[in-house]
Design a protein around this ligand. Structure first.
Ligand code: PMP
Length: 423
């Protein structure tokens, strides 16, 4: 019989060391918000494969749609022989992505690729090469996105310098001493010290930082960014890879910001566990690249397109945006209760169901060690959690929006017990 330990040994011998693994567990089966490992142990899944399972594991409607597509064809390459699900997904996203203007969409496979392509499109549309990104931001592990990702270790460590033309502004984050004014000033500093505005193609921002620690930008701040972009002819790119597909209570987080980005990247939960991602935005910007300049062999895979169309249907049929807000309130409420008895929780925050708590030591330093202990202790009790944050001291919750109140409460009971037991 296979055990987690025996599989771990084979993994260490066969898989490159650079591929991390948060939990020493091998999955056997999963259903909605529950995962079973190869030893038959059951877990509540508050990680959702890192924000991919807003509609849960194996949503029946997603499975049916994929099965139907599986029986027709699985691959033609859209650039060779096109197919309707790709076009239909673009049509639906053009209508859903924020922005009161004509839109077009490109499909690719991963979030990193989506961000790469947003930069390519912004460069072609503006004739400029510079990009402004933010401290603590995460945009991927490809070469360009590693430049854009605002955390060197472990992502780019040991690999030498990444591509140039990326300038770093400060993400607004009051709990770590960065106000919105500081953030805007840091962009002005880039213009003064590093690159003229007319050399900047895009400002790329996560409306709520994901890997960086679940810090949300305010609508007022987004509006200032929008003004700054308009003033200088810079494109505003919202990276909604983690915030998108309903996690924040609206389908895209930018719907809550009062301004629209020129380009939006999406991935992860958009296809409920199947690999599709993309860029959607202003039609004239999206069309800046000539035929042949965009795409990829697997880009917009038919199975993944079918899954994404089903995910969008499920959101409507099951009213999952309202559910996202409800789950967000439930989790924030429970976390606030825990925090009222545990001073190490310095902050509870969230937008919709994108909720996290941040841990500090008694003398006010980020408490990564406790965070790691809580994540491990929760696993022992049957709850899969993820941490995040520049300092690794944030516990984030990415439970499926299709989880029942009982499942969410059970998960929160475990988390609560872990805080009581870990001193
Ligand atoms: N952007 C954001 C905001 C992300 O959270 C991630 C993944 N964590 C990515 C881009 C990269 O996506 P992928 O891992 O699919 O390449």
């Amino acid at each position: 019989n296979k055990t987690n330990e025996s599989l771990m040994q084979r993994r260490h011998a066969a898989v490159a060391r650079g591929v991390g693994q948060i939990h020493p567990i091998f999955a056997q089966r999963a259903e909605n918000a529950t995962v079973w490992d190869v030893e038959g142990r059951q877990y509540i899944d508050f990680a959702g494969g890192i924000a991919v399972l807003n509609t849960g594991h194996r949503h029946p409607k997603v499975m049916d749609a994929v099965r139907r597509q599986l029986d027709q064809f699985t691959h033609t390459c859209f650039q060779v022989l096109a197919y309707e699900p790709y076009v239909e997904l673009c049509e639906r996203l053009n209508a859903m992505v924020p922005g009161d203007f004509e839109k077009k969409t490109l499909l690719v496979t991963t979030g990193s690729e989506a961000v790469e392509n947003a930069v390519k499109i912004a460069r072609a549309a503006t004739g400029r090469a510079g990009v402004i990104c933010f401290t603590g931001g995460y945009h991927g592990r490809t070469m360009m996105t590693l430049s854009m990702t605002g955390k060197v270790n472990p992502y780019a460590a040991g690999m030498g310098l990444m591509p140039g033309g990326v300038y770093r502004a400060q993400y607004p984050c009051p709990i770590h001493g960065v106000s919105e004014d500081d953030s805007i000033a840091s962009i002005e500093r880039v213009f003064k010290n590093d690159a003229e505005p007319r050399d900047i193609a895009a400002i790329v921002i996560e409306p709520v930082q994901g890997e960086g620690g679940f810090y949300a930008a305010s609508p007022a701040f987004m509006q200032r960014l929008r003004e700054l972009c308009d003033l200088h002819g810079i494109l505003l790119v919202a990276d909604e890879v983690q915030t998108g597909a309903g996690r924040t209570g609206t389908f895209f987080a930018m719907e809550q910001m009062g301004v629209a980005p020129d380009l939006t990247t999406f991935a992860k939960s958009i296809a409920g566990g199947f690999p599709v991602a993309g860029v959607c935005g202003r039609a004239e910007v999206m069309d800046a690249i000539a035929p042949g300049g965009l795409g990829g062999t697997y880009a917009g895979n038919p199975l993944a397109c079918a899954a994404a169309l089903a995910v969008i249907d499920v959101f409507e049929e099951e009213n999952l945006l309202a559910r996202s807000r409800k789950i967000g309130e439930l989790i924030s409420g429970r976390l606030s209760e825990i925090a009222s008895e545990d001073k190490r929780i310095a902050d509870v925050r969230g937008l919709g169901a994108m909720v996290a708590c941040e841990l500090f030591t008694n003398d006010g330093h980020p408490h990564a060690e406790l965070t790691a202990r809580i994540v491990a202790a929760a696993r022992e009790k049957g709850l899969i959690l993820l941490s995040c944050g520049q300092y690794g001291n944030v516990i984030r919750i990415l439970v499926p929006l299709t989880a029942t109140d009982v499942e969410v409460q059970q998960g929160m009971d475990i988390l609560s017990a872990c805080f009581r037991e870990q001193d």
